[in-house]
Design a protein around this ligand. Structure first.
Ligand SMILES: O=P(O)(O)OC[C@H]1O[C@H](O[C@H]2O[C@H](CO)[C@@H](O)[C@H](O)[C@H]2O)[C@H](O)[C@@H](O)[C@@H]1O
Length: 262
């Protein structure tokens, strides 16, 4: 999709949003800034999206953010982004200043048990693997045969996902178990409040991004954009990570234009 191919309704909504005094533009990472790949450590971002988010962050009265399920340090390393872009990790709970909720010794003990349990399940199902993060652990099944993937997921659903204190979230070929509450919606509320944004543009592709969409107000100028297929409460939909780059570049160009003419 070229800039001229952005659907008319989305184009108009973006042009309205970039005209506000203070703007927050934010995107999810995996599946938005970076295409989905077999191995999490190989998720290289689209350079055009990185350049656009970095350019947005340099504009006056404009905050740019990436809000990801990744551990914040990993997000910084993979994306190559840093301040003034705001990076929020661990599904909205990990800011530069630290975690929204304290991670206690009890949380760490529960997380250690969860990691052991997932590793033992993964060992029985070829192609599955376990990712560890500061407040959660993830069973990845993208590289497993369908039967192994389903058996492993079912063992997690009926086992550790039911343990007290565990928050379970099914994503794209993953099942994540967290020991604290996470919300990308809360993260956007915090960022909006911090910078006094009059409008928020948010792009997301996965289940946890629905919490972000749910906290936004399309009737009041916010723009919610779902990337790819699947159910969503977002107002607009684009196809893929190349379209994300096109939208972000459009936002930067139109914001510059609006600020030049104001
Ligand atoms: O909120 P996000 O930035 O979208 O992060 C969500 C999860 O992304 C990663 O998993 C996903 O991407 C992997 C690499 O492309 C892919 O292999 C996997 O199947 C996807 O679910 C990441 O590994 C997770 O920790 C994030 O929570």
């Amino acid at each position: 999709m070229s800039a001229t191919g952005i659907p008319a309704a989305l184009r108009e909504a973006l042009i309205d949003a970039v005209s506000v005094p203070t703007l927050l533009v934010a995107s999810d990472y995996d599946g938005c800034m970076s295409p989905l790949v077999s191995r999490p450590e190989d998720a290289i971002p689209n350079p055009a999206s990185v350049a656009a988010i970095a350019a947005a962050a340099e504009l006056p009265d404009t905050t740019a953010a990436v809000v990801s399920g990744r551990e914040r340090a990993v997000l910084a390393e993979l994306s190559g982004l840093s301040a003034p872009v705001a990076l929020v990790g661990s599904h909205g709970s990990e800011f530069e200043s630290g975690f929204v909720f304290e991670i206690t010794d009890d949380h760490r003990a529960l997380l250690a048990r969860l990691i052991d349990e997932l590793r033992s399940i993964a060992a029985d199902h070829p192609g599955t693997r376990v990712e560890t993060k500061p407040a959660s652990t993830v069973l990845h099944v993208r590289n497993a045969a369908a039967a192994d993937a389903e058996k492993a997921l079912e063992r997690v659903r009926s086992g550790p996902a039911t343990w007290p204190g565990v928050q379970s979230t099914e994503g794209k070929e993953v099942l994540e178990l967290a020991v604290i509450e996470t919300s990308k919606g809360h993260a956007l509320d915090v960022l909006r409040e911090q910078v006094g944004a009059n409008a928020v543009i948010y792009l997301g592709d996965d289940v946890t991004d629905e919490k972000a969409f749910a906290h936004l107000h399309p009737d009041n100028g916010d723009v919610t954009i779902k990337v790819g297929t699947g159910d969503t409460i977002a107002t607009y939909r684009i196809d893929d990570t190349d379209d994300v780059a096109t939208v972000l570049e459009f936002v930067v160009a139109k914001r510059r234009e609006a600020q030049t003419h104001s």
